[in-house]
Design a protein around this ligand. Structure first.
Ligand SMILES: [Zn+2]
Length: 509
């Protein structure tokens, strides 16, 4: 067993000189590295300068008109990996790569899978421009390619790097591939200058021919999560292919969405998860609790000296709230608790801060843990909700053609029989906005049903409210603009609690 020290970096818009200086510094500080992978195309820059003193560099490109797929050595120490393929280094490290953008990944899916089906898993490093859809969904991201899911399942990479999201550094907790105790890690590297991590150094063991038996990792990480690609409940279709490893490969370009099983121990909203961020809790009642939002959309405004964006969450790990067939979910202890929390925040926002309130929720069998998002809205903007909704609907339905088409129905009261019919049917999956202009008038309710197999934009609610509030750069909760330190989060919780004290339903019992 040999160890190799590897560096992966994501640079863009840097001069050749700056690129070389950064690499030299990293190599001196944390190296020397066996090899360096450059995410994104920096080839044209490196081609101009002398890199002979540096470790071998690999650049990923996707030349649109080039017939070349695969590697070619541009100069000594500089190799281009174009399109998609597998590259074996002299030290036996095996690299799989797909530098193609989402549309190309989908278009060439069959060819790509054909190629990767011949590769023995696990592969050491997989580098793809795009995210897999399963991991993108875990992060509430809209993009991602099914092709990458299938390739990840075929190759079972020990490290999977992506680079289509320039602003986000994201590392998923490690997970295992079935019985083979091969640990897999997924990392999206941000670009240099984004404020997020853009370089990643690691040691990787290279299996040589003499130690095939020793393929188990002796020390498994303690923060393992369930495999995000786990294929339980997968439905077989006649079009599916089964390869020699028994791995299922979908030939059709339509994805087979499988429910992800996230156990309470890995769930952000479950108290049994030891990593749950309990410093964000505002109040806990018998069946539900309330927290501030991570990376809040709203910002302090007027008398409200805290963001005000909060979540109302059932204590029980349930994907949807309308889960008892035939019964009104509002009449259960949970339903009553959720509604009491919702109303209490509506009251506080209006009485203390002269603000209206919008609540957004997704009721889906595919969700991990149901929750309501509550946003304080200045009164003069609440009238424009319809307009914002229409505008985002237009984008969703016309521009993002792969998304489920949404169609909202408006109800003037929760006792509307058509509304009751939706919430009392536990098979129904729907998005809901509740718009409270004031706490005394009935809220307007907007509901759009969807099918379980539909590809849903999980950020739709936040998108509509971000547009309404003219806060486009706060759309993503994990963007550098929205992220807060733990200290900031604790200060905001304290401020929220101070204002909320007299409204708190848990304390009034
Ligand atoms: Zn949970």
């Amino acid at each position: 067993m040999v160890q190799a020290k590897v560096l992966v970096i994501h640079l863009k818009n840097e001069s050749a000189e700056s690129v070389i200086n950064k690499v030299k510094r990293l190599n001196e500080k944390s190296g020397p590295f066996e090899c360096i992978f450059f995410l994104g195309d920096l080839l044209s820059k490196l081609d101009q300068v002398d890199i002979s003193t540096l470790p071998p560099i690999y650049c990923f490109t996707s030349l649109p008109d080039s017939p070349v797929n695969g590697s070619d050595e541009v100069q000594a120490n500089l190799t281009r990996l174009n399109g998609y393929g597998v590259y074996q280094m002299t030290n036996k490290l095996r690299i799989g790569y797909i530098a193609l953008e989402e549309a190309k990944c989908n278009e060439l899916k069959d060819k790509i899978l054909e190629k990767f089906k011949l590769v023995n898993a696990p592969i050491d490093i997989l580098i793809t421009r795009e995210w897999s859809t399963h991991i993108a969904e875990l992060k509430d991201r809209l993009s991602g390619s099914d092709t990458i899911d299938d390739v990840a399942k075929l190759l079972q990479p020990r490290y999977h790097f992506t680079y289509s999201d320039n602003d986000t550094f994201f590392e998923l907790n490690p997970f295992l591939w079935n019985e083979k105790e091969s640990v897999s890690r997924f990392i999206n590297l941000a670009t240099y200058g984004s404020g997020s991590k853009w370089a990643y150094a690691f040691n990787i063991k290279i299996e040589t021919d003499d130690d095939i038996e020793d393929e188990h990792e002796s020390n498994l990480p303690t923060n393992l999560i369930s495999n995000p690609y786990s294929t339980t409940n997968i439905k077989k279709r006649p079009m599916d292919l089964i390869d020699t490893d028994g791995q299922q490969v979908t030939k059709s370009s339509i994805s087979l969405k499988k429910p992800r099983k996230v156990l309470p121990i890995d769930c952000h909203f479950c108290f049994t998860n030891p990593n749950m961020e309990d410093h964000m809790i505002i109040s806990i009642d018998d069946s539900a609790y309330m927290t501030t939002a991570k990376g809040p959309l709203t910002v302090p405004k007027g008398d409200m000296n805290f963001p005000g964006h909060c979540l109302i969450i059932p204590i029980e790990h349930i994907p949807k709230f309308n889960n008892v067939d035939g019964q009104s979910p509002f009449e259960t202890p949970l339903g009553k608790d959720l509604l009491a929390y919702e109303r209490s925040v509506v009251n506080m926002n209006y009485q203390k801060f002269d603000m209206s309130t919008i609540v957004f929720e997704i009721n889906s069998e595919r969700s991990i843990h149901f929750h309501k998002q509550v946003f304080p809205i200045p009164k003069y903007l609440i009238m424009k909700f319809n307009e914002s909704l229409d505008r985002q609907l237009h984008f969703n339905n016309e521009k993002y053609s792969r998304n489920a088409k949404l169609n909202f129905e408006k109800f003037e009261t929760t006792s509307d029989l058509r509304y009751e019919a939706i919430v009392k049917n536990s098979n129904m999956n729907y998005l809901q906005f509740t718009v409270y202009e004031t706490p005394i008038t009935e809220p307007a309710i907007y509901v759009s049903k969807f099918e379980l197999d539909d590809r849903l934009d999980l950020q739709f609610g936040r998108r509509v409210v971000a547009f309404l509030l003219h806060l486009p750069n706060r759309l993503n909760w994990d963007s550098p603009t929205c992220q807060q330190t733990k200290e900031q989060e604790m200060i905001d919780v304290e401020k929220f609690q101070k204002s909320y004290k007299e409204y708190d339903i848990a304390k009034s019992k």
